[in-house]
Design a protein around this ligand. Structure first.
Ligand SMILES: C[S@@+](CC[C@H](N)C(=O)[O-])C[C@H]1O[C@@H](n2cnc3c(N)ncnc32)[C@H](O)[C@@H]1O
Length: 232
């Protein structure tokens, strides 16, 4: 069950030009092989992944603010990828690599175990209707897949403006043995100042929605746990 429905949507002329010019340098071509992040970025810096970056406004601002970190953005919507490449060009940003792919497949096939220093998922589609809720990205299978790909101590950061989804996230996370909640009150956190506002967040705020941030730390998996057997 996919967490998205591929929308059409044309690339603007600027996005198209950015794609032609910059995809060969910053895009991750489809392939079946495991990535080697050191080769992909040309350095050993920690790698943070943003899943479902939309138009990319959060990831380019975070990457610009932290040039000593590497960022991988994963988004299925192609115009969003074009928009991000355009922003990277405008701001001279070189520490982002982009996959135009389903993040679940990408994590399974391309991302090595215990390789990510952080994962960020901001305002994933809430799928508010009950019959659609199985499409929600945040569910136990994804969380355990993420746990296998994140380094011990890595942070998982979720945000949503849809209160029932915030409660759902909290419940799914509480079922996992792989993460501890960093909230002092055991539920939500204040928005960290380093998280830029996103397009969907601004839309939610215009509608009067409360924004929730959730921050978790990945704890070491039990000794002898073989993530490859579980998720291959
Ligand atoms: C509601 S939008 C939020 C976009 C952005 N994070 C923001 O806050 O403005 C959710 C995004 O997640 C993307 N998405 C949903 N499921 C995905 C998946 N499995 N892999 C990659 N992207 C996905 C959608 O294409 C969409 O752009």
């Amino acid at each position: 069950m996919r967490s998205f429905v591929l929308r059409g949507g044309r690339l603007t002329e600027g996005q198209k030009r950015a794609m032609d010019e910059f995809w060969p340098r910053f895009g991750i071509d489809e392939d079946e092989s495991l990535l080697v992040f050191k080769t992909l970025f040309g350095n050993d810096a920690p790698v943070i992944m943003e899943i479902g970056f939309g138009n990319g406004d959060a990831i380019w601002q975070m990457a610009q603010a932290r040039p000593a970190e590497n960022y991988v953005g994963v988004e299925v919507h192609r115009p969003g990828v074009g928009h991000l490449l355009l922003k990277m060009k405008q701001h001279g940003i070189t520490n982002i690599r982009i996959a135009n792919d389903d993040a679940v497949e990408f994590l399974r096939k391309r991302v090595p175990e215990e390789s990510l220093a952080g994962v960020r998922i901001y305002f994933p589609d809430p799928w508010p209707k009950r019959r659609h809720q199985k499409r929600r990205l945040i569910q136990s299978s994804l969380i355990e897949l993420l746990a296998s790909r994140m380094c011990p101590g890595a942070q998982l950061h979720l945000a949503t403006d849809w209160e029932p989804y915030a409660e759902h996230m909290l419940q799914v996370m509480s079922l996992s043995d792989s993460f501890v909640n960093l909230s002092p009150s055991g539920d939500f956190c204040n928005r960290p100042q380093w998280r830029p506002q996103t397009k969907y967040e601004r839309r939610g705020e215009r509608l009067g929605h409360q924004v929730r941030d959730l921050l978790f730390k990945r704890i070491p998996l039990p000794h002898g746990f073989n993530a490859a057997l579980t998720f291959s």
